[in-house]
Write a protein that binds this ligand. Structure first.
Ligand code: PLP
Ligand code: SF4
Length: 332
């Protein structure tokens, strides 16, 4: 096992290399009871452990119930076969007309700009996605860009992944230059968890290409619990806003992480303190290995009703599900 430094360095790429990838090291770092190691090893075989140190530092040591740890700690339950939980719950493999392109919704197209993530979330609907088949060469990118050029009904390019911000700035700057040369594109949207899990990712090089584009900019973060937002995350958000970015957040409703009204209330309040508006609260996509995170629909609706009694209207996320074949997310 390679030694890992205790505190992150300022260099985000170094932090990306220093992520914890060993399930036993994860348990040891957090002083968990050794009983958790078996599950951690079992789940790791199915979907590898990946946790940045800057994110780990926000977890409570010795507490297996910590809401951040629960998002990344593999459990034995991941190997249970549960009816209805499948490898490709969104049937995305049928919607990839060009390499790394998913075009399901009118007006916007999603580009898989990076095959990797900084963190591996156990509930991820892409945990079985064939990323290797979707890591195009520069030549193949040209086919993908042609698709966008040829369809002038597409006004918004969404960079997704994986995590698009796991790519080097040079590569992203080149991609955005080519996107902004497409006249009918108005907006650039980025779906990312990196400013949350490695806040140092929001550096000058990123702000250069992002702040410099003519496209209107939206960054949709992914935060599930108020405890994920520390001062470094707030500082990263302030820099993004100063570069003209609208900040939104999407969460997933997760058993044992944020499945109570108090946790959801604190999340919305804390998001707004960081200058982020709640956008979506997704019910879990039924991906194999994640059934233990599921919250039934009735309970989800009751949580939203209770939340409505506590929050300003603009702090209410929209409770949605992704239904394969639909032209938008489906409200519950
Ligand atoms: C979720 C999603 C979008 C974006 O949908 P919005 O409702 O605009 O946030 C676009 N394309 C795909 C494939 C998606 O899954
Ligand atoms: S950051 Fe997003 S895409 Fe990456 S593992 Fe987590 S949920 Fe999945």
């Amino acid at each position: 096992m390679a030694p890992v430094p205790d505190t992150p360095t300022g260099d985000w790429q170094q932090q990306l290399r220093d992520v914890i990838r060993d399930p036993v090291a994860l348990c040891r770092h957090l002083a968990l009871d050794p009983a958790w190691i078996l599950g951690a090893r079992t789940g790791h075989e199915l979907f590898p452990v990946r946790v940045p140190l800057a994110y780990l530092a926000r977890m409570r040591r010795g507490d297996p119930e910590d809401p951040l740890l629960r998002q990344v700690l593999p459990l034995v339950a991941e190997s249970d076969a549960v009816q209805g939980f499948v490898d490709d719950p969104l049937e995305e493999r049928d919607h990839t007309p060009r390499p790394a392109l998913i075009h399901k919704y009118p007006g916007r197209a999603l580009l898989i700009a990076s095959p990797t993530c900084a963190i591996n979330c156990r509930y991820c609907f892409r945990r079985h996605f064939p990323y290797a088949d979707n890591a195009p060469s520069m030549n193949e990118w040209e086919q993908t860009l042609d698709y966008l050029r040829d369809d002038d009904s597409i006004h918004e390019a969404i960079l997704s992944g994986g995590d698009p911000l796991a790519s080097p700035d040079r590569r992203l700057a080149t991609l955005v230059k080519r996107l902004e040369a497409i006249p009918h594109l108005k907006r650039l949207r980025i779906h990312t968890r990196l400013p949350v899990v490695i806040p140092d990712r929001v550096n000058d090089a990123l702000l250069d290409w992002l702040g410099g584009t003519r496209l209107q900019k939206v960054v949709v973060l992914h935060i599930n619990h108020a405890q994920e937002i520390d001062e470094a995350v707030i500082a990263a958000c302030e820099r993004l806003k100063a570069a003209g970015v609208t900040l939104l957040n999407q969460s997933v409703l997760l058993r044992g992480v944020n499945d109570d009204v108090g946790a959801l209330e604190r999340l919305s309040e804390r998001l707004f303190e960081a200058g982020i508006l709640p956008y979506y609260l997704h019910v879990l996509d039924p991906v194999a290995g994640a059934a233990h995170f599921d919250v039934p629909d009735d309970e989800a609706r009751q949580l939203m009703e209770a939340l409505r009694q506590r929050l300003a209207g603009f702090l209410m996320p929209r409770l949605v599900r992704e239904v394969p074949g639909e032209k938008s997310k489906t409200p519950l």
